[in-house]
Write a protein that binds this ligand. Structure first.
Ligand code: PNW
Length: 455
């Protein structure tokens, strides 16, 4: 059954998580407030009024969670540092208790034979930095470089793989353009400087990490094929614009040192020196992928939605359309395995020799099945992973250099605006008791990993 899923002994297998989505303990160890604490406290922002205050209580249960990873058989764990644990006010020296927590986590991982692959920033900005303008302010790039230096000074001796920023597109779009994520700003196209400042912070962090002894550095950027809703010139133009906004606005500056045509003028000030920093060569490029998008020209109908059911205001030059004829995850995202290989081939064609090795830094689906008699029969997640892994294997056979696959996510966790309603885990979490129950997909992936390695 898994004969096509052989990736060889060198291929890296991992799971991914992020700090705010699993740690909880938001008031412990001297952690300062983050934009997500603030956002969750605002009525109506998060489904059911959920917050990450407890989440999976991973801050206290990390050893149990590492044991689950070891049993699963992964060799890599992608997690994120909580910036407000390391720098509670967003600047100044590292907070000892925060650094100590990640020391314990990293040493436990290494003891279990699992390579830590931390992300510096997965959306939880220290609130004082947001109060000073957040990603709209260029000064945050200085703060981010300082933060990177603190982390490398402490952990470079034991951390063999580093990721700067998770999904600058989602922060720009959901956080500052549409207001669906923290900090809840609805600036539409005035959010574009957020993209530039994150990209510059990424480049500054790559340089700061290297200067402090870290190596093997990349980014985790989410990408998806953008399919025109029809062959009409109008739909193709609209899809092309959308494609630039969600994909190339973020990947071109990093990999080519240029913005897609027309975007540079929207950025704050002259950016050519910044682009040289942004395109500092990387050791790998991390791609998060979930589902393709279909986009057509505006029809003037008010009910158009971006992914996750977020309403878009009228007057935009494009409209995301729902993709009919595919199975859907519980989030309503279409399950289209072929799109995974497609986006990887698009990267190879677009960037050629400029493209470093790729890691899949996230891929997975929300499937809500809970335990029945202690068994979670999440066959739909198995089907998803089976299809997507086959598509990945095909892209590699077609010449795309992919070195590893990190599944999202180890645990059911706090799924941002959807709270605890969407379950992405290989392991079920009962959020009342914190009991963890490995799902059928966990056992399935464990077999795939074990068999893949010997082929
Ligand atoms: C990613 N979109 O979020 C994040 O990196 C994770 O923290 C999150 O839990 C996971 O995917 C599942 O949602 C995304 O609108 C959020 O295209 C939104 C989009 C993509 C990824």
């Amino acid at each position: 059954m898994t004969a096509d899923l052989a990736f060889g002994p060198e291929f890296r297998w991992g799971v991914s998580t992020s700090a705010y989505q699993i740690e909880g303990a938001v008031a412990e160890g001297g952690r300062g407030p983050s934009t997500w604490d603030t956002f969750c406290a605002e009525p109506g922002r998060i489904l059911n009024g959920d917050t990450g205050a407890v989440a999976c209580d991973h801050y206290h249960r990390y050893a149990e969670d590492v044991a689950l990873m070891r049993e699963l058989g992964v060799d890599t764990y992608r997690f994120s540092f909580s910036w407000p644990r390391i720098q509670p006010s967003g600047s100044g020296p590292g907070n000892a208790a925060g650094l100590d927590f990640y020391d314990r986590l990293i040493d436990t991982l290494l003891g279990a034979g699992i390579q830590p692959a931390p992300t510096l920033y997965h959306w939880d900005t220290p609130q004082p930095l947001e109060d000073a303008g957040g990603w709209l302010s260029r000064s945050i790039t200085d703060r981010f470089a300082d933060y990177a230096e603190i982390l490398a000074a402490r952990f470079a001796d034991r951390v063999p793989m580093w990721i700067t920023i998770n999904e600058p597109m989602v922060i720009t779009l959901m956080g500052y353009s549409l207001g669906a994520h923290a900090p809840g700003r609805s600036l539409m196209f005035d959010a574009l400087p957020v993209a530039h400042h994150q990209l510059l912070a990424h480049g500054r962090a790559v340089q700061a990490l290297r200067a402090s002894g870290a190596s093997n550095i990349g980014i985790a950027s989410n990408h998806a094929p953008t399919w025109p809703a029809s062959d009409s010139v109008e739909d193709k133009e609209a899809a092309g614009l959308y494609d630039n906004l969600i994909n190339w606005l973020f990947a071109d500056p990093v990999l080519l040192g240029t913005y897609p045509s027309g975007f540079e003028a929207a950025m704050p000030g002259p950016v050519s020196d910044d682009l040289a920093v942004i395109s500092t060569p990387l050791d790998f490029f991390g791609i998060n992928h979930y589902a393709p998008v279909s986009v057509g020209a505006a029809t003037g109908q008010a009910d158009t939605v971006a992914t996750d059911g977020i309403l878009l205001p009228p007057g935009l030059p494009f409209e995301p359309r729902s993709l009919e004829g595919y199975p859907q995850t519980d989030f309503g995202w279409p399950v289209v395995p072929a799109a995974f290989g497609e986006i990887l081939r698009i990267f190879k064609d677009r960037y050629g020799d400029r493209l470093p090795p790729i890691y899949i830094t996230e891929n997975g689906c929300s499937v809500g099945d809970g335990p029945v008699d202690g068994v979670v029969a999440d066959q739909r997640r198995i089907d998803y992973l089976d299809g997507y892994l086959r598509s990945l294997r095909q892209a590699m056979d077609d010449g795309v250099d992919v070195r590893g696959y990190f599944q999202w996510s180890l645990l059911d966790n706090f799924e941002w605006a959807a709270g605890y309603s969407q379950r992405f885990g290989l392991v079920h979490v009962d959020f009342d008791t914190q009991v963890r129950t490995p799902k059928a997909s966990y056992h399935w992936l464990s077999d795939v990993i074990a068999q893949s390695r010997v082929r």
